[in-house]
Write a protein that binds this ligand. Structure first.
Ligand SMILES: Cc1cc2nc3c(=O)[nH]c(=O)nc-3n(C[C@H](O)[C@H](O)[C@H](O)COP(=O)(O)OP(=O)(O)OC[C@H]3O[C@@H](n4cnc5c(N)ncnc54)[C@H](O)[C@@H]3O)c2cc1C
Length: 293
């Protein structure tokens, strides 16, 4: 199937106008941002919206704004803009790690952070990144705006807290002192979706122990954070033994399924290995020393 079912099309001019259009055209209308997930779904007839509401002219959704305690990223910010942003790379190198391996430049030039989180594909990379950075998502609706954390936002594959008549307007990343982060993905070929990936964010205390840790996995059957991994890390001094234990627990927390990208054992191995690698790199980026085992 290569041709979408017939649909009507309208360009929104503002957040308020988008919400009006969603209300006017009803439950069979859908917002389109980069279109790199929605249009393939329409071509496969997995989605059949009657109206597409194009938000690409809504300038208020396109910003990267650093504030003292948070980074605000508009939902229409493209992958390419995140990758090009020095502020993003300085505060959250994990975002650059992930963006470098999301698809290819053609997709990155159009695809957006709001569309990625809104699509909630189980192999999508930015959900794990936002999970470990403890981001929150701003959702605008007819009754006003609400802010939900990632645990509340991401409800599972292809399901989020953003209702059909609502709009994701912004993603907010808390800026915390002494924090390091990293992401690593294994893909079958450059530009492909993940066979498996892991993300880590660590915050160090003044005494050299780990004050906070968040580990997430992509495409490896774990929804949200691996809390059992964080539990063994927090309060401890970094060491190779600790990292090994973290990898083991991440593999145990994963629940991968066999598919064309690989068997279960291999994917569990990835959960272990990639967790160890991203933890080491996140610790390194915050200047924490990890004594050899
Ligand atoms: C060949 C290819 C390879 C890819 N590889 C990867 C990969 O390796 N890793 C990865 O993470 N992604 C990958 N992607 C997906 C890519 O990152 C897309 O850009 C992303 O999934 C969707 O962003 P979009 O802006 O194109 O969203 P769209 O396709 O425009 O929208 C996707 C969904 O989100 C909704 N939506 C969009 N914006 C909003 C909003 N502001 N508020 C509420 N709902 C909204 C739409 O209604 C739709 O349901 C790939 C895509 C392609 C085509």
């Amino acid at each position: 199937m290569q041709v979408p079912a017939p649909f009507d099309y309208v360009r929104a001019t503002s957040v308020g106008n988008t919400l009006e259009l969603l209300e006017r055209h009803g439950p069979e209308s859908r917002v389109v941002a980069g279109g790199h997930s929605l249009l393939p779904m329409m071509k496969l007839r997995l989605a059949r919206p009657e109206w597409l509401i194009d938000i690409n002219d809504v300038a208020e959704l396109r910003h990267i704004t650093e504030e003292p305690d948070r980074l605000r990223v508009g939902s229409l910010t493209r992958h390419a803009a995140l990758l090009a942003s020095d502020v993003v790379g300085r505060l959250f190198p994990i975002v650059h790690d992930a963006e470098k391996v999301i698809a290819d430049p053609v997709v990155r030039n159009r695809g957006t952070i709001g569309g990625s989180l809104g699509q909630a594909d189980p192999a999508e990379d930015l959900t794990t990144v936002c999970d470990v950075l403890r981001a929150s998502v701003v959702i605008a609706g007819p009754g006003g705006e609400r802010v939900v954390d990632m645990a509340e936002f991401h409800r599972g594959p292809y399901e989020t807290a953003c209702e059909q008549h609502e709009l994701i307007t912004e993603v907010r990343f808390p800026i915390r002192p002494r924090m390091g982060s990293a992401y690593e993905k294994v893909e079958r070929r450059v530009g492909d979706w993940a066979v498996g990936a892991a993300g880590a964010a660590v915050q160090m205390a003044d005494d050299g122990t780990i004050a906070d840790a968040a580990i997430g996995l992509t495409a490896l059957g774990l929804e949200g954070l691996a809390t059992e991994v964080a539990a063994v890390l927090v309060g401890q001094r970094p060491s190779e033994d600790l990292i090994t234990e973290a990898g083991r627990l991440a593999a145990a927390a994963s629940s991968p399924v066999e598919d064309q990208r690989g068997p279960v054992d291999y994917k569990r191995h990835l959960a272990d290995e990639l967790t160890r690698r991203v933890l080491r790199r996140a610790l390194d980026r915050v200047g924490a020393t990890v004594p050899a085992a």
